[in-house]
Design a protein around this ligand. Structure first.
Ligand code: HEC
Ligand code: HEC
Length: 315
């Protein structure tokens, strides 16, 4: 910019051209295409910069809840997962459903719900579906702290909430569970997540069974989990799997029983469910459903009531 400006001023200065033409300015480097998970577009402030006092304290508590969810909220999270099991690096990792700018993306219309929902409801979708747990009361201190942390991650983000690269990139492929089963051992997943998919409490999240995400979670979709796995697993050598291998692993992981997600059949009330949703919804047949789903301990708390006041346009 400065170089261009100087050149421009010099060119307009009316001075005699120098004897030897100045070295040609380097050809402009085209902006790199956003590489999923790597683009450095918006960096939220470091946690250490959160201010002293009640506001900073709330942010810090929110971060603790985000990264030690199962340990700190055992009544809400029966299994072995934290928010940061999927939203890596405290929600900052691009390509892993990063939560940078998320505060500015809500309230928003969600096709899955067919309604406009607020951020605390979106957080509770992850509590009830991804963590297969119970929703947190909107007015609780824990919810306020989580929202304070999410607001902190969004503090300098664009007002419209559009931060490139946050989403898990869309990918194409088709998995085979039997091939995935072999890869699960060969690629070392078994070392951390275990032969029974149970993981290790406090260290490695469960990938199936009662302690894992529910059938209503995005991770239960073959394509979503394949993209996540290809980018970030195995944890010791991320990026070492081909997309094809990641699809097989995803198909294998999602071929096991996992917690149910009550009222899931009401998702996408206006149709339009993605192809790989593993349960039937309006106009959609279940894609590779798990052999069974596990009953929820507190089914009444496993659902986020859709806000009645702001429903989408009825058909
Ligand atoms: C099993 C994985 C998993 C866990 C655990 C999880 N989430 Fe999520 N979450 C996702 C995925 C995946 C998405 C994005 C949805 C998609 O890509 O379809 C998401 C989306 C969100 C969004 C909306 C993001 C946006 O930009 O619209 C919020 C907010 C959120 N999660 C918060 C949380 C919080 C807070 C926790 C812990 C209480 C949590 N999540 C736990 C997987 C998870
Ligand atoms: C060295 C230990 C380790 C290995 C090996 C490993 N993972 Fe993970 N995995 C983790 C940890 C830890 C997390 C939680 C996120 C984090 O902290 O990075 C995780 C998260 C995940 C998640 C999302 C968690 C959730 O709750 O849904 C999936 C899916 C996953 N791993 C699949 C795999 C697959 C498939 C392999 C083999 C290719 C693998 N992992 C190998 C440690 C490991």
């Amino acid at each position: 910019m400065l170089i261009a400006l100087t050149a421009f001023l010099a060119a307009c200065g009316g001075e005699a051209p120098p004897a030897a033409p100045p070295a040609a300015p380097p050809a402009p480097v085209p902006a790199p295409l956003l590489e999923p998970g790597k683009a450095d577009v918006y960096t939220a402030p470091a946690l250490e910069t959160a201010p002293e006092g009640p506001y900073g304290d709330s942010i810090r508590r929110g971060y603790e809840l985000f990264t030690k969810t199962a340990e700190l909220l055992p009544d809400n999270v029966p299994g072995n997962q934290n928010c940061s099991s999927c939203h890596l690096d405290g929600g900052r990792q691009l390509g892993a459903a990063a939560l940078l700018g998320v505060h500015d993306r809500f309230p928003k219309y969600m096709e899955r719900t067919g309604a406009v929902i607020a951020l605390h409801d979106r957080v509770n979708y992850c509590f009830t579906r991804s963590l297969a747990g119970s929703r947190l009361p909107a007015e609780s201190q824990e919810m306020t702290d989580l929202l304070a942390y999410l607001a902190f991650l969004s503090v300098d983000a664009p007002k419209n909430g559009k931060v490139p690269g946050v989403d898990i990139p869309k990918v194409e492929g088709k998995g085979d569970a039997a091939t995935g089963e072999k890869l699960y051992t060969e690629k070392g997943c078994v070392a951390c997540h275990g032969a029974e998919g149970k993981g290790v409490d406090g260290a490695f999240p469960a990938l199936w069974g009662p302690d894992s995400y529910s059938i209503g979670a995005s991770m239960a979709r073959e394509e979503r989990a394949a993209s996540f796995i290809q980018q970030f697993m195995p944890k010791t050598t991320p990026g070492s799997l081909t997309l094809e291998e990641a699809f097989h692993l995803s198909a294998f992981i999602n071929s096991h029983p996992r917690p149910d997600s009550p009222t899931k059949e009401l998702d996408w009330p206006n149709g339009g469910a993605p192809y790989d949703v593993p349960y039937a919804t309006q106009g959609h047949e279940a894609y590779n459903p798990p052999p069974s789903v596990l009953e929820r301990a507190k089914p009444e708390l496993a659902v986020v009531p859709a806000p009645p006041s702001v429903r989408g346009t009825p058909k």
